[in-house]
Each structure stands twice: as structure tokens, then as C-alpha cells.
Ligand binder design. Structure first.
Ligand code: PEP
Ligand code: MN
Length: 270
């Protein structure tokens, strides 16, 4: 398969417009709120995470929510605010694409097209995102009920989409974000063993999302360190100026001080 590392094949890096990238030997840190709430909210968070060492900004404008009554994102207006935050900080934007019908819209703003856990086996979306004429790289999150093997097969769809659009370079980043196990103390179980296996099995960059895995901000930094120790080449983490007031996932959001501490812990390696 295209996503599987051939013997002796070196790591593949996905470069971003600001000179940073995934899998290039640096630790890629993507940070930002769960969802975009307002222009000032996203711009303020972007400036703070950049200052603390993030290389890209995350933030959902189209949100997959378990309950249809939860906040589903600002949609196109959210994308405009993300673009403003990029103008102000220079940080590339990672944002989720929920539906193949929205790809053109999202690709106009996003530097990286995120496909979430709940869509990991939405095969038409995987193929369409990979094959989008913009050539924007894709960040694919592991389904919370998916094995490493199924994750790699989902990645294959994205890479086939890219090939169909004439792109040989695998512009794809894989993100481990926790799976559902019998252990209920955290929201999900961050499978660091699976992460280490994934690093061997694929040449694609592999990052981890300790926020959605933990569901509780107290465990985000330890899980981030565990992921890096197991071979993660980057971290995607939720950060908010005022987590208690966040419109989604406040419990797992770090505040600015918490994010700085997490970064310091990663640099110390412990
Ligand atoms: C997210 O990163 O915004 C998200 C919804 O995460 P996941 O798809 O991993 O649940
Ligand atoms: Mn979230």
C-alpha cells in the first residue's frame, strides 16, 4: 500500500507555508480552541499559542458533535475568522472538513484539511479531500473504534485521491487521538503502543492529540509527553483563553499558562 513504509524508506515530511512542517525532525505543535467562537477569540488564542511555540493554529468551524443540539460551529464565518488569525500571526490553519460538499469552501481557508475521528471511514470524503485540486495536505485522525491497520487503510484512500489528482507526494499527516476501551477514567485511551507501531508501519508523519484522548486538562501534558516518548512527531492540543467559557470541550482545554507549561515539559522531555 501507499501508506505503508517500504523497507529502508525514510520518514516523509509535510511542509507548511511558514517554513515549518510535520515529520521534518522538529516537534510539530498545532494548538488552538476546539471551535472558533469569534474573531477576537481566535486571534487572541493564535497570538498566545504562537508566542508559546506553536507552529500552526487549530480551530473548528464545522464541528462534528455527538448531539445535534450541541454547538456545531460558525461555518463559513468561522473560516473567515481563521483567515484573519493567520493574517495576523502567520500561523497556518488546520481546520476540519465534515462533508465532501464543503471541501471547496474549507480548502480556500485551510492550510491543512482535517478529517476527524468520526469520519475516518467516510471513504468518499477521504478520496475527495486527497484529490482536491488545491493540493492542500490532509490531517487524518484515527477513528476511536479503528485499529492501526484500519487507520492505514483509511490513509490509503487519501493517498489514492492524491494520486488520482496527479500528486505523487503523500501530503498526509496521521493523528492518533485515543480509542475506546473498557477503561472509563479518561474520555478515551491514548494508545501509545499503537502509535509506536504506526511509526514503524508508515513513513507518513504521525502526531498525537492528547486533548481529545484525555477529556480532562489535568492529563493533557502527561499524555503529550507519553506520545512524544512513543515516537509522535507532533502534538495537536486544545487551548482557550478562558476554558470554563469555551463553547465546546472546555474540560480538556488548556489555558495559556497550561499550554506554556506543557511546552516546557515537552522541551525538558519529562
Ligand atoms: C477535533 O480535533 O476537533 C475533533 C473533533 O477531534 P476528533 O475527531 O478526534 O474527535
Ligand atoms: Mn474538541
Amino acid at each position: 500500500g501507499l501508506a505503508v513504509r517500504k523497507p529502508g524508506r525514510p520518514d516523509y515530511a509535510v511542509a507548511l507555508s511558514n517554513g515549518t512542517g510535520f515529520g521534518d525532525g522538529t516537534l510539530a505543535v498545532v494548538a488552538g480552541p476546539c471551535s472558533v467562537e469569534s474573531e477576537s477569540q481566535i486571534c487572541e488564542i493564535a497570538a498566545a499559542v504562537k508566542e508559546a511555540g506553536a507552529m500552526a493554529l487549530r480551530g473548528g468551524a464545522f464541528k462534528p458533535r455527538t448531539s445535534p443540539y450541541s454547538f456545531g460551529g460558525l461555518g463559513e464565518r468561522g473560516l473567515d475568522y481563521l483567515s484573519r488569525a493567520r493574517e495576523k500571526t502567520g500561523l497556518p490553519v488546520v481546520t476540519e472538513i465534515l462533508d465532501a460538499r464543503d471541501i471547496d469552501l474549507v480548502a480556500r481557508c485551510a492550510d491543512v484539511l482535517q478529517i476527524g475521528s468520526r469520519n475516518m471511514q467516510n471513504f468518499t470524503l477521504l478520496f475527495a479531500a486527497g484529490g482536491h485540486p488545491s493540493g492542500k495536505p490532509v490531517l487524518l485522525k484515527q477513528g476511536f473504534g479503528a485499529t492501526v491497520e484500519e487507520f492505514l487503510q483509511a490513509a490509503e484512500y487519501v493517498l489514492l485521491g492524491r494520486l488520482s489528482a496527479g500528486r505523487e507526494d503523500p501530503g498526509l499527516v496521521l493523528c492518533v487521538r485515543g480509542i475506546r476501551t473498557f477503561e472509563p477514567s479518561l474520555r478515551f485511551t491514548l494508545d501509545v503502543g499503537g502509535l509506536a507501531v504506526l511509526r514503524d508501519r508508515t513513513h507518513l508523519p504521525v502526531i498525537a492529540d492528547p486533548s481529545h484522548a484525555a477529556g480532562d486538562r489535568r492529563y493533557v501534558a502527561p499524555l503529550a509527553r507519553a506520545a512524544v516518548a512513543a515516537g509522535a512527531q507532533g502534538i495537536m492540543v486544545e487551548v482557550h483563553r478562558d476554558p470554563a467559557r469555551a463553547w465546546s470541550d472546555g474540560d480538556q482545554c488548556l489555558d495559556f499558562g497550561g499550554f506554556k507549561d506543557m511546552m516546557a515539559g515537552l522541551r525538558r522531555g519529562g
